[in-house]
Write a protein that binds this ligand. Structure first.
Ligand code: DGI
Ligand code: FE
Ligand code: FE
Length: 197
């Protein structure tokens, strides 16, 4: 499997400088979250270094990968192409870079939208991409504060903010984005109810 030095070299080659800088901040944030929430810091590094690996792939190439690889959900094609780089990035990390670890591939694949039943590493990369210090989304400061306390709640807030943003622009929302929010808001409410008992 690719080592960290090789992974950094690869993304340094394929990403524009500002996207590479974003990646550096995502990795720093992901490592902090992994330490805080007892996740595998090595896997968190590999997944976050590679999370935007396919960001600058040609759109038609990504379309062909989605059409031809049976593991990729076809419904992606009917949603915004901005959503394609995660799932395609995971596929290409496996094919081109030899990444075999299913936790890492999953975290790369779902970093933009989240999904149902996210594992700890999925949440860490999803959240690190949202709260890295260069992000200026409305409401991001609240999510940063929550991230210090409650991983599920912070991911819920990130997906809620993204959905609100997309609705305010009359954009479509990919089902996995809703699944992330729905599952986590239920869990957060349940935890808060139990906390009051
Ligand atoms: O690749 P990055 O820019 O670092 O961040 P990202 O992978 O989270 O992609 C962010 C973009 O994806 C952002 O403009 C919001 C958009 N997005 C997230 N979920 C959805 C979505 N866009 C649509 N149309 N539908 C979604 O469900
Ligand atoms: Fe991304
Ligand atoms: Fe990113």
């Amino acid at each position: 499997m690719i080592d960290l030095t090789q992974a950094w070299k690869v993304v340094n080659r394929v990403l524009k400088p500002e996207r590479y800088e974003h990646t550096v901040r995502v990795v720093e944030t992901a490592v902090q979250l992994a330490e805080q929430y007892n996740a595998d810091t090595h896997k968190a590094q590999v997944a976050s270094i590679l999370h935007d690996y396919a960001k600058y792939r040609d759109r038609e190439e990504m379309r062909r990968w989605i059409e031809s690889d049976k593991r990729l959900p076809k419904d992606l094609l009917t949603y915004h192409h901005e959503l394609w780089h995660g799932p395609v990035g995971a596929l290409l990390a496996e094919k081109e870079l030899g990444v075999r670890d299913s936790d890492i591939l999953s975290a790369i694949a779902c970093h933009t939208t989240g999904k149902k039943h996210m594992k700890r590493l999925d949440k860490i990369v999803f959240l690190a991409d949202y709260i890295e210090p260069g992000r200026k989304f409305p409401g991001v400061e609240e999510v940063r504060e929550t991230a210090a306390q409650d991983l599920d709640k912070a991911c819920m807030q990130a997906s809620r903010n993204t959905i609100q943003f997309l609705l305010s622009k009359s954009q479509t929302v990919y089902p996995d984005t809703f699944h992330t929010y729905n599952e986590l808001i239920q869990r957060v409410k349940k935890n808060e109810m139990e906390g009051k008992k």
